[in-house]
Design a protein around this ligand. Structure first.
Ligand code: API
Length: 317
């Protein structure tokens, strides 16, 4: 539902320089580009995301940037690289826009490097304490209330994925790594993913951390790739461990969850609706007949803060 962006006003940032949210332990800092704000240079992003020397996060969401319709967003990984989009990042950004008064709408457009997406704040189910919580568009989304993002159409096209070699569908692709051959199905969702269906005993944090760096930087993918180890548990349930391009091992990843659901469905292993389990919790992924992918799950605010003057001096404007 397009609508004009309010003019940047510092009070919409509530006097904060950044706000941290987490989606199943996948944490992002939202930095609104208001007057005097730091610039999203690779050096700044790396220091801000550092878990020892900065506030720490898996990435930074820099927005809202002015757009004729909807809200512009730039998404950065913790290593300072910019990526096309992040599923959890978009869900967090949607919740931030509503929490901080940039919009009162329950549904709106966010423009990413990979194009526009629709974010929808799903009203929580009513409870005895909050019987009206589910009124249409009404009320403030409660803590952990679901946020849904329409991630667009998925594709297995090697050109979109950025793989070397002849143009092909990347279904059951053989990839040599760690002195073994792996069979992967690769998916483009605005950003690229490499899904490895494995036996459940192999879907471990240890293997994700060991194999992830090698596959993420594999010569087959010059632009690097996000990696998922996947166990199919039932026709409507999968489990993944993700190693993200630019952020490393994460407790959850939204676009990874979508990519794994698309790969499992393309391999004939699951239906169009799946729950994706990750170490940080689970997300729901739906695939429409037209190939549209939706991602739904909770988002939680963590902390809002101001740069300490000495820290601010280390960040370029
Ligand atoms: N955590 C993110 C993934 C960010 C993707 C990024 N690592 C890349 O494509 O470079 C998510 O929830 O989708």
């Amino acid at each position: 539902m397009p609508h004009p962006l309010p003019p940047p006003r510092h009070d919409l940032a509530d006097g904060h320089d950044f706000v941290k949210y987490e989606a199943l332990g996948n944490d992002y800092l939202v930095i609104a580009p208001v007057a005097g704000q730091v610039a999203p240079t690779p050096e700044n992003i790396r220091l801000i995301c550092d878990r020892h020397y900065g506030p720490g996060a898996d990435g930074v969401l820099y927005g809202p940037l002015p757009e004729e319709h909807g809200f512009g967003l730039r998404t950065f990984n913790s290593d300072g690289t910019e990526c096309e989009k992040s599923g959890n990042g978009l869900r967090i950004f949607g919740r931030y826009l509503r929490d901080h008064g940039w919009t009162g709408e329950p549904e709106f457009t966010v423009r990413t490097l990979a194009g526009p997406v629709t974010v929808q704040l799903v009203d929580p189910a009513p409870t005895p304490d909050a019987p009206n919580a589910a009124s249409p568009g009404g009320g403030h989304p409660g803590d952990g209330a679901p946020v849904r993002v329409s991630m667009g159409r998925a594709s297995l096209d090697s050109e979109l994925i950025g793989a070397t070699g002849p143009r092909r569908e990347m279904l059951r692709e053989t990839l040599p790594a760690a002195a073994r051959e792996w069979t992967a199905t690769c998916v483009f969702l605005g950003n690229p993913h490499c899904v490895l269906p494995l036996d459940g005993t192999e879907v471990t944090e240890e293997l994700a951390r060991r194999l992830g760096p090698e596959l993420a930087g594999h010569a087959r993918f010059p632009g690097r790739i996000n990696v998922q180890l996947m166990e199919v548990r039932a026709a409507d349930r999968i489990r993944i461990e993700a190693y993200e391009r630019g952020a490393g091992y994460t407790l959850a990843s939204g676009s990874s969850a979508c990519a794994a659901a698309v790969a499992a469905h393309a391999l004939g292993l699951t239906g169009p609706e799946v729950t994706v389990e990750m170490p940080g919790g689970h997300l729901d992924v739906g695939l429409s007949d037209a190939g549209e992918v939706t991602l739904t799950g909770p988002v939680r605010p963590v902390v809002a803060g101001r740069w300490a003057p000495a820290f601010r001096r280390r960040l370029a404007s």
